[in-house]
Design a protein around this ligand. Structure first.
Ligand SMILES: [Zn+2]
Length: 106
């Protein structure tokens, strides 16, 4: 049987971590540019991976919030596509999973 309260605790912990990371990324991106023009060029180039990381963190936050919402609604651990139970081992590895292994790989 899936230990849903434990999963929810773990999801909330990860959500807090990710939100802190998102704030740090935001701070990095909005930090004022250095006055030196050479520095400026380097910082501009550095913004690219940060933006990618920001998008990744944003997606993960959304996925975890959705998973917590499904726990609260009592739908957690059910495949959104076919309605099958998602195996606990899969949920343990990927708590925000919304699809069973079959649907995720097809
Ligand atoms: Zn499925």
């Amino acid at each position: 049987m899936t230990d849903t309260p434990a999963i929810k605790t773990e999801l909330l912990r990860r959500l807090t971590e990710l939100e802190e990371r998102a704030v740090r990324i935001e701070t990095d991106m909005t930090a004022p540019m250095a006055a030196d023009s050479e520095e400026q060029a380097t910082e501009a180039a550095d913004d690219e991976p940060l933006t990618t990381e920001d998008a990744m963190v944003g997606r993960e936050i959304a996925a975890i919030r959705a998973a917590i919402g499904r726990i609260d609604a009592g739908h957690y651990g059910t495949c959104l596509n076919c309605g099958a139970k998602i195996p606990p081992a899969r949920l343990a590895a990927m708590p925000e999973a919304t699809l069973c292994m079959d649907c995720a790989t097809s």
